[in-house]
Ligand binder design. Structure first.
Ligand code: PHE
Length: 480
């Protein structure tokens, strides 16, 4: 097993398909599933969001996951070099490397806020250790959270600690150690989540939660819901920025790209849905809580479950610890493209590259720290008027929301469009077919059909949304 899966000498391989699945699942399963999915579902009206999310995972996520892995494995290079090389090999412009570069930018931006949320999870490990969740009431749960994020110094300190941990892992290249951890981390996290679902179903209103999540109310559908679900699918599966492509560079030749992708997508989706089922029963049972709680949702709800159960102290420490580790294994794959770029294109030593990138990302993260305290009212609106129409591009978003919007709604889907277009129309079919040769022919043709159609459709959706006219179309279709 490589100690540096992201170095690009191309000669090291994951020891097995399982090692790759573990690393890629480690990247995919993280805050996006447990923190992101429930709060996004809650903000976007539940069922309709979940349905579109699942559709995006299957119709867009799975084909793009396969695409990233096959580009990585075909070239055995980092995403920038991989896109460039495969394009040139097929007689096209080396400028395709820009897709890899945009991924570096997206990783940079995402990690800046990811680390802040990871810091909150870290803080909650210590809250849990100090027994603060025993007999916790909704009011106290609110206070615990608000006092943490409302205090920029405290929030910054945890953000710093989280970032230091990620930089240490990446600079020392202990990724293979992480894989060993992931091996027991994922199953344990899974079991704890299932236990939480069990308790939540007794304590809360399970029926209301299931109904909310799985019984779509299409009157809630609008462009925001669609774009949020699509962005969440990319984010949760770690797609669109080359993170999975980078790991794919080390997948052994004999492993099946299709089956491997299916395993990762399945695990990631299961964790997201189970998190939703653990959280919403309580949301409906506690009058003080609303579904549209936003980024604080998980942090306010789960401690209340822990507070009510025998041995809740231990379970809560375990849970937040696992969440932090899951977040670190994801964060590593966000930092890796940035570091790999600095090492291979800018000639920096790995150590130095990790420190420089880590510091810059940490600094940008301060914007997110402040978005939940001093800057929470600093909001930006961009709504140019063209002719007699007003195009609302940004509607009163704070710093964190802008970074989130840029990455979730623009960069990741755009990266996905480019990757899909690339494998569908640019890369030679001989090369793509060879990567999928071990699957039945129907798998290849279905995949090709998907990537060829996903690219233009997704592109159009992003464009329409940017122009602010997606909603008019929904209205016209009678959907909202
Ligand atoms: N998928 C990770 C999560 O759900 C976040 C991530 C996004 C990691 C993009 C790598 C690339 O937490």
């Amino acid at each position: 097993m490589p100690s540096q899966p992201a170095s690009t000498d191309g000669n090291i391989y994951w020891s097995s398909r399982l090692a790759f699945i573990l690393a890629a699942t480690g990247s995919a399963v993280g805050l996006g599933n447990i923190w992101g999915f429930p709060y996004k579902a809650g903000e976007n009206g539940g069922g309709a969001f979940v349905l579109i999310y699942l559709a995006c995972v299957l119709a867009i996520g799975l084909p793009i996951m396969m695409s990233e892995i096959l580009i990585g494995r075909h070239t055995r290079k980092n995403p920038i070099q991989a896109m460039e090389r495969m394009a040139v090999q097929s007689g096209h412009s080396p400028r395709w490397r820009w897709v890899g570069l945009m991924g570096v930018g997206a990783g940079f931006l995402i990690l800046s806020f990811y680390s802040v949320i990871g810091g909150w999870a870290l803080a909650y490990v210590f809250r849990a250790l100090s027994g603060d969740f025993a007999e916790i009431t909704p009011t106290v749960a609110n206070e615990v959270f608000n006092s943490l994020v409302g205090d920029p110094e405290r929030s910054m300190a945890w953000h710093t600690l989280f970032m230091v941990a990620v930089v240490l892992v990446v600079s020392k290249g202990v990724n293979s150690g992480l894989e060993r951890i992931i091996k027991w981390l994922m199953p344990t996290l899974f079991v704890i989540l299932l236990v939480l679902v069990g308790i939540a179903s007794v304590m809360g209103d399970y029926g209301a939660a299931v109904n909310y999540l799985f019984n779509p109310d299409f009157s809630k559908l609008n462009s925001e819901v669609v774009v949020a679900a699509m962005g969440q699918a990319f984010f949760s599966l770690s797609l669109g920025l080359g993170a999975i492509m980078m790991y794919g560079a080390y997948l052994p030749d004999h492993a099946s790209v299709a089956k491997t992708s299916l395993a990762i997508v399945g695990a990631d989706t299961a964790v997201a849905l189970i998190s939703g089922l653990a959280i919403f029963p309580l949301v409906f049972a506690i009058p003080e809580m609303t579904t549209a709680e936003g980024p604080s949702l998980v942090f306010k709800v789960l401690p209340q479950i822990f507070g009510k159960i025998e041995g809740g102290g231990f379970v809560s420490v375990m849970f937040f610890l696992l969440l932090v580790i899951a977040a670190i294994t994801s964060a590593v794959s966000l930092l890796e493209p940035v570091v790999s770029w600095l090492v291979t294109q800018k000639g920096m030593a790995r150590d130095r590259a990790s420190h420089v990138a880590g510091f810059a990302i940490w600094f940008l993260g301060l914007g997110t720290v402040l978005s939940f305290s001093s800057w929470s009212d600093e909001r930006l609106t961009i709504a140019p008027r063209i002719g007699d129409r007003i195009f609302v591009l940004v509607d009163g978003k704070n710093f964190f929301e802008i970074v989130e919007f840029l990455t979730f709604s623009l960069m990741l889907p755009l990266g996905g469009v480019m990757i899909a277009y690339f494998v569908g129309f640019i890369a030679s079919m001989k090369a793509t077919r060879r990567q999928l040769a071990d699957s039945p022919r129907a798998v290849y043709s279905t995949w090709l059909f998907m990537v060829r159609n996903v690219a233009p459709i997704l592109g159009v959706i992003i464009l329409l949304n940017m122009l602010g006219i997606l909603d008019s179309i929904f209205l016209w279709l009678g959907l909202s």
